[in-house]
Design a protein around this ligand. Structure first.
Ligand SMILES: [Zn+2]
Length: 416
């Protein structure tokens, strides 16, 4: 099987206030196919949109319209150019808002060499005095377009359907979270960022008949907590490496209903998937920056203390180091979440949260040997592939990774 684009997921919804973690407290109204707002470009001095028969609507008045210049409008409105340069005074005075909307009767728009379905909203001014660009598209279209970016479009259809439901649940949660924030009077102008921070989004070119079918045949289906119809954040990742992780072990916040499950499907050898060597100096810096006690005055930590490694295990969530005061011989074991290593050293170096640490060359460096790829929370995509190959359908696959969730139709009953 060819390699596939693995998805990098996000932490920011977990930073929301706790009361936003479950929906609905009171029922939120959703259209049959709700619209999602995706941030597709940010901090743009100029936005050039092309298409056929472009229609433009300008919303912002006082102080805003004068900074939008529409130039180069050719025949049949094939191009609209927005220039977004606000001066300091305007920037101070104005809140970011929707300045304009661009639509085309064809339903297809071009921006920066990519084709998009739906409409574009131009937001401004941002903090830097420029504009942001939002693609407004139906949730179902989004699910079908994003699917080939999240999972290999040639994979079995039941795996793709499982991903469609997980991806839709993920996006819907963020849409509901935004509505919650709007209700609190906060200004949030999009649901999802089209970047690694959120799901990696696709454009029209990525959609295939199979991904489109996977989205259509599961339309409106989302994962909800078994006890009533509550939406929670639904996560997925490339490959867990034998066992899935809990949100609290990775991000520190508990998400109700998550369970760590064994995943023999993606774990077919004793081989390690990745390894990296981290120097003793880097480990000292890590300890200093991640341990509250030594955040201040930690520069001398390595001179005061003797460092050794506490035996490390693949299934443990923490890594321990033994520190001994060179003068007093007082000894302490300090533990750090494996996820803290990944945050500190980066996702490219520390590929997953499932690894062991081995001391090398008399503790002059440390070798991390890991299994899996991604944060490990929720559905394991490589596991889903293997299960689909064994004939499991998408319902069974999702139930395996989310045993305390069920699939609800019509966006969890939140349809009008
Ligand atoms: Zn797995």
């Amino acid at each position: 099987m060819k390699s596939f684009v693995f998805t990098l997921i996000i932490v920011w919804p977990l930073l929301f206030p706790k009361n936003l973690m479950g929906f609905p407290e009171d029922k939120l109204e959703l259209a049959a196919d709700p619209t999602i707002d995706l941030l597709v470009g940010n901090n743009l001095k100029e936005i050039l949109i092309s298409g056929v028969d472009l229609q433009r609507e300008i919303f912002a008045n006082t102080g805003i319209s004068n900074v939008i210049k529409n130039g180069n409008e050719k025949k049949n409105n094939r191009e609209i150019r927005f220039r977004c340069n606000y001066n300091y005074k305007q920037r101070e005075k104005l809140l970011t808002q929707v300045l304009a909307k661009v639509t085309s009767p064809t339903g297809v728009l071009n921006f920066s060499k990519e084709k998009y379905k739906g409409d574009f909203l131009i937001l401004g001014p941002n903090k830097q005095g420029h504009c942001d660009l939002v693609n407004q598209v139906s949730l179902e279209k989004y699910v079908s377009v994003v699917l080939p970016k999240e999972m290999n479009a040639r994979w079995p259809i039941e795996a793709l359907k499982a991903q469609a439901v997980a991806g839709r649940s993920y996006a819907l949660y963020l849409m509901l979270a935004r509505r919650g924030l709007l209700k609190q009077g906060k200004s949030v102008l999009f649901d999802l960022e089209n970047s690694e921070k959120h799901q990696v989004s696709g454009t029209l070119f990525d959609e295939t008949a199979k991904t489109s079918l996977s989205a259509k045949s599961t339309a409106g289906e989302v994962l909800v907590a078994e006890d009533g119809q509550k939406m929670q954040q639904i996560f997925f990742h490339a490959r867990c490496g034998g066992k899935t992780s809990l949100p609290e072990d990775v991000w520190g916040n508990r998400v109700p209903g998550y369970q760590s499950v064994l995943c023999p499907a993606c774990y077919n050898s004793e081989n390690i998937d990745w390894s990296v060597i981290i120097s003793r100096e880097e480990i000292w810096a890590f300890i200093r920056d991640n341990h509250k006690k030594w955040k201040k005055g930690g520069e001398t930590l390595s001179q005061r203390m003797k460092l050794s490694l506490y035996p490390s295990e693949i299934d443990a969530n923490d890594v321990g180091f033994v520190l001994q005061d060179k003068k007093t011989f007082a000894t302490e074991i300090v533990y750090f979440k494996k996820a803290a290593f990944r945050r500190y050293f980066g996702r490219e170096k520390i590929v997953s949260n499932r690894f062991v640490v081995k001391a090398q060359d008399g503790l002059s460096s440390f070798k991390l040997e890991g299994k899996g790829n991604g944060h490990g929370v929720g559905m394991c995509q490589m596991g889903a592939l293997e299960l689909a190959k064994r004939g499991w359908d998408y319902v069974k696959i999702l139930q395996y990774y989310f045993p305390q969730y069920k699939i609800a139709k019509n966006y969890g009953g939140m349809t009008l």
